[in-house]
Write a protein that binds this ligand. Structure first.
Ligand code: GTP
Ligand code: MG
Length: 568
């Protein structure tokens, strides 16, 4: 039994972790199946498996006014549950048992979430427990609320109670037995192969054969041919029973059936086994429903995640294009470059000539305008604002994509304000990354340059100058600078490239620039990933910790354990 209980606990835990909060078609059925099954595991399976010889619980369920409370009182021969003309009359379920079974039904673990009340009348909630000598030992009779009145809470409670039963005593009447709602329940009992009997109350005198044969026909059609039926003839009394009880003769057969259930260990064990087996075998199909719903949720979440990945990917690609096209040479980087190379001292030195360097770059420099302050003033854009604008675009694109579906809207509903804008920390994070990148480029130059730095130093470039030249190389790879600043930017870039090439050689420069560029790309991708992570957490907050496969595995594990450990 230990393995079975373990498997059941595992399934219970897995079902408890199922999250179905997205408005998908499959969700309502999934929620219902999940809650019902988990309820039944707690209310019935765990306590029953923990003690197979515990008293039987027979639950009286059915339409409002069918006579469940009246039959309970009449069987016991005492007013244990209030019956009445006002519908629905039973709201608090009443469990009546022999005094010997009091302990099991009050603390034994059945229906653990229903607080027990005792005393003359139900307190209004939980489960009212009454003991009476006339109930056969080993049997609890539970008078449940109805399944079809205007009180929806009654139906839920009734379904929970029926789920906890070792056997159902379904109560209907001669005029109500063909109603739709009771048949939904009867078919559920059939699907779960729960031990069951049907009492047809208030049969007009002499009509028993007509009514039962029609009911039997319906049972047959619904695959319930084996269910015993107990016709109960209408007792006189008009709308209300005179003394509130049905005569003993009318109930004789039903009483015999009930007593037979607990007459000996074998018949008691047979009922326990029938229902246990039925309920356990109903589990895979019920888990299937939950599983489908879970998979649909995960699929929907994956689609949301995908659209955020796409939006940020597109934005990063666009940013990447712009990084290479020289647009950035209008900004800070250009300033830095100028700090090192844009001085007249440097230009003079170049003009005086430094061997082959001069030879190779002289032609490029001749006729070029020297970068000046005025040109610099026109250049306002910088990397930070470029990144920010792309981050902005990606956030907005993601929000727009998500808002196009109900699932996305619901997921967005728990977002913080400003989800459609870049994060507050973007600027700081980006600045840190750029500082780090700058350092990394300098380190790279130092590592790769070897003694060529001596030449660079001779040009007063130094490590910094070479580093900045590499950065300029990164931002001018595709060359296409246009507009007013083109002359300055392109000139500066060309000077940088030419210098680098002169000092380091073409391949080395290409390498340096490529490595620096890849490094920057990676850093920017990281910055964007932080931006996107807000959407990722929103999506994750809608995902439970289990998927369909885990549920399927848990159900299979359970069925294997039951096959090996079922009592015979
Ligand atoms: N005359 C007559 N009245 C009956 C008979 N059986 C039940 N009643 C009456 O039918 C009414 C409803 O009976 P209840 O026992 O309260 O019905 P219930 O199924 O418990 O109804 P809910 O608690 O609302 O779900 C009561 O007024 C009973 O007295 C019967 O055989 N003859
Ligand atoms: Mg009642």
């Amino acid at each position: 039994m230990a393995r079975l209980l373990d498997a059941l606990t595992t399934l219970h835990r897995a079902l408890g972790a199922v999250e179905l909060s997205l408005p998908l078609d499959t969700a309502p059925a999934g929620v219902q199946a999940r809650d019902e099954l988990n309820g039944q595991i707690e209310d019935y399976l765990l306590p029953r498996l923990a003690r197979l010889d515990a008293p039987l619980l027979i639950v009286l369920g059915g339409s409002t006014g069918a006579g469940k409370s009246t039959i309970t009182n009449s069987l016991v021969g005492a007013d244990v549950s209030l019956a009445g003309v006002l519908r629905p009359s039973t709201r608090t379920p009443v469990l009546v048992c022999h005094p010997d079974d009091r302990e099991w039904f009050s603390t034994g673990g059945v229906l653990p979430d229903l607080a027990r009340s005792t005393g003359e009348h139900p307190t209004g909630s939980g489960l009212h427990l009454v003991v009476h000598e006339r109930v056969p030992p080993g049997l609890g009779l539970l008078d449940a609320p109805d399944i079809d009145s205007v009180e929806l809470a009654n139906h839920e409670l009734a379904a929970q109670l029926l789920g906890a039963a070792d056997a159902w005593l379904f109560v209907t009447t001669a005029s109500r037995y063909a109603d739709a709602v009771p048949w939904e329940y009867l078919r559920r009992a059939r699907d779960r192969a729960v031990a069951m009997a049907i009492a047809i109350n208030r049969i007009p005198v002499g009509a028993a054969t007509t009514v039962t044969s029609h009911l039997d026909e319906m049972l047959h059609e619904n695959g319930l041919a084996d269910v015993p039926t107990f016709p109960i003839e209408e007792s006189p009394g008009g709308a209300d029973l005179l003394d509130g009880r049905i005569g003993p003769e009318a109930l004789a057969e039903l009483r015999t059936w009930l007593e037979g259930l607990v007459a000996d260990d074998a018949s008691r064990a047979a009922i326990v086994r029938t229902t246990l087996d039925g309920v356990l075998h109903s589990i895979p199909a019920r888990v299937d429903v939950v599983e489908d719903a879970v998979d649909a949720q995960l699929q929907a979440i994956a689609e949301l995640r995908e659209s955020s990945v796409e939006a940020y990917h597109d934005a990063l690609a666009a940013l990447d294009d712009e990084l290479g096209n020289g647009v950035l040479l209008r900004g800070e980087v250009l300033d830095r470059w100028r700090e090192h190379v844009g001085t007249s001292a440097f230009m003079e030195r170049l003009q005086r000539g430094v061997g082959r360097v001069r030879a190779r770059i002289g032609s490029i420099l001749s006729g070029r305008p020297v970068p000046n302050e005025a040109a610099q003033g026109q250049l306002e854009s910088n990397l930070a604002s470029l990144v920010r604008s792309h981050a902005d675009r990606a956030a907005l694109a993601t929000v727009t994509a998500w808002e196009s579906s109900e699932v996305g809207k619901v997921t967005l509903s728990s977002a913080n304000r400003g989800i459609d804008r870049p994060t507050a920390g973007l600027d700081d994070r980006l600045e840190r990354e750029l500082v780090d990148w700058h350092d990394a480029v300098l380190q790279l130059v130092q590592d790769r340059a070897g003694n060529k730095l001596a030449i660079a130093r001779a040009l007063t470039l130094g490590v910094n100058g070479v580093g900045v030249a590499v950065m300029i190389g990164v931002f001018s790879q595709t060359g296409g600078v246009t507009g007013a600043e083109a002359g300055v930017a392109a000139g500066t870039a060309a000077v940088g490239q030419t210098l680098l090439t002169a000092v380091f050689g073409e391949n080395a420069v290409r390498d340096l620039v490529r490595i620096a560029r890849d490094d920057l790309r990676l850093r920017l991708a990281g910055v964007f990933e932080v931006e996107r992570s807000r959407f990722e957490s929103l999506a994750n907050s809608r995902t439970g910790t289990v998927d369909g496969q885990q549920l399927r595995d848990a159900a299979e594990q359970l069925m294997r354990a039951w096959r090996d450990e079922a009592p015979t």
